[in-house]
Design a protein around this ligand. Structure first.
Ligand SMILES: Cc1cc2nc3c(=O)[nH]c(=O)nc-3n(C[C@H](O)[C@H](O)[C@H](O)COP(=O)(O)OP(=O)(O)OC[C@H]3O[C@@H](n4cnc5c(N)ncnc54)[C@H](O)[C@@H]3O)c2cc1C
Length: 411
């Protein structure tokens, strides 16, 4: 059986839903494929910065469990006064949600947009089998419960995350590397998380934190951090490595191997911070990085983690997922039906550029910061820089250029 659609999107996470939502509002027909049934678990601390909330086309208030106006940054230091910096803001910096509910809510909004605009049809698949480039379209063979189906589309959006198949299969097409390996610009971080109900915490936390503190702690491992993200009923606690891998030997960071992020590291961290000895449910996932160097080609537009768009300084990826999904939709809408493949790729590259510039800045900042965190903490003690760093994290791009200039004073 062959099914034709204007656009096929693989992956119904934040990137895929953001693209489907805008395409539906523009009157396009979308097939949205996912291998999981929603609601589904996804390893993610689901901190939603101000820029993420601003990028969304709808309010996610119904699934926000807490709003944080203060961030606690911690590092290992022999000097007790240098171990912690608290950064406060008058308005909320980061909203806290549970990822399973956040994704289900965004998918619902997207399906509603499909009923009021073009159309969004959600299809459960088992996996992608093959991609073929035809003169005027892409053909995808997908395995479903009822057998193999071929989908034909003028534009394919790969929104299937860090382990997704679209990126790898696209490497087998003309212009790709010829194998199902990740392209050379693509790198990966890795993070593990668990949840601990407030009701199981001791009266005093052994790490000295308050149960509702939003903590980024750079002491447990080089090239990454441990975190405490306070939700409505529980703390999401985790460890991850995000620092960019770099070919430049002088910038190479020590011990940033993703294998260091393992169960033992997380358990040790949970004991140290929360005084809890055993955890029920630990989950982890890779984070797609290196996407500031991604160059779209042909009719396949990679978005979100599939395009390596996680911020290598903070590990934040939901904002990039939404913005890149919207950029892919804008590129498709800007091109006419029967569009030429290279025109589509060029339009997407143009739409994506501001995000890639911000991520290139983060890449440089992460290389500098994770090589010498103490210097970053020194910068954080300068009130003007502290305020800019906070605004860059919370609000994004408008502040990155200014921060670059001012950071010279902190050296
Ligand atoms: C432990 C951890 C904590 C994190 N915390 C934060 C945080 O606090 N804030 C933040 O902004 N970011 C965080 N991130 C990053 C964030 O989770 C990702 O950047 C974000 O989920 C990317 O969205 P996406 O839509 O690109 O991919 P995903 O959210 O991974 O969605 C991909 C979708 O594709 C589907 N899929 C995969 N393969 C296939 C296939 N072959 N066929 C069909 N469907 C497929 C999956 O089922 C999934 O629904 C964290 C990541 C980790 C691992």
């Amino acid at each position: 059986m062959i099914i034709h659609s204007d656009t096929v999107i693989v992956g119904a996470g934040p990137a895929g839903c953001a693209a489907a939502y805008d395409l539906a509002r523009a009157g396009r027909r979308v097939l949205l494929l996912d291998k999981r049934r929603f609601p589904r678990h996804k390893a993610c601390a689901c901190g939603l910065t101000r820029k993420t909330l601003a990028a969304l086309r709808y309010s996610v208030e119904p699934v926000v469990e807490r709003s944080c106006r203060e961030i606690v940054l911690q590092q290992a230091s022999p000097d007790a006064d240098a171990r912690e910096v608290r950064v406060r803001s008058r308005s909320p910096i980061c909203a806290m949600a549970v990822r399973e509910r956040f994704d289900a809510f965004c998918l619902d909004q997207t399906l509603v947009a499909g009923r009021n605009g073009g159309s969004v049809e959600l299809i459960k698949i088992d996996h992608l089998l093959a991609l073929r480039e035809l003169p005027d379209s892409i053909a995808l063979d997908v395995a479903t419960e009822s057998g193999t189906t071929t989908l034909r589309t003028a534009a394919l959006i790969g929104a299937d995350g860090s382990n997704g198949q679209t990126r790898r299969l696209s490497e087998t097409l003309p212009g790709g590397a010829g194998s199902e390996a990740d392209p050379s610009w693509y790198t990966r971080g890795f993070a593990l998380e668990a949840t601990v109900p407030y009701s199981e915490l001791p009266a005093q936390l052994p790490g000295g934190d308050a149960p509702h503190d939003l903590v980024f702690d750079f002491s447990p491992l080089p090239g990454g951090y441990g975190w405490l993200f306070p939700k409505g009923e529980h703390i999401n606690i985790g460890v991850g490595t995000f620092a960019p891998q770099t070919a430049n030997a002088s910038e190479k960071l020590p011990n940033t191997d993703a294998k260091r992020v393992n169960r033992d590291l997380l358990l040790t961290y949970v004991r140290q911070k929360l005084g809890i000895a055993a955890l029920q449910h630990i989950t982890g996932q890779y984070l797609g990085m290196g996407g500031h160097a991604y160059v779209p080609h042909g009719r396949i537009l990679l978005v979100g983690d599939a395009a390596g768009l996680v911020d290598p300084l903070t590990g934040e990826g939901i904002h990039s997922a939404i913005v890149s999904g919207q950029a892919a939709a804008a590129a498709i809408v800007a091109c006419e039906q029967g569009l030429h493949a290279s025109a589509l790729a060029t339009a997407y590259a143009r739409e994506l550029r501001p995000l890639q510039e911000a991520l290139a800045f983060s890449h440089r900042a992460a290389t500098a910061f994770y090589n010498e965190p103490e210097r970053g903490f020194r910068a954080m003690r300068t009130p003007m820089l502290r305020s800019l760093i906070l605004k860059t994290y919370a609000d994004g791009l408008p502040y990155t250029g200014l921060l670059t200039k001012l950071s010279r004073f902190a050296r």
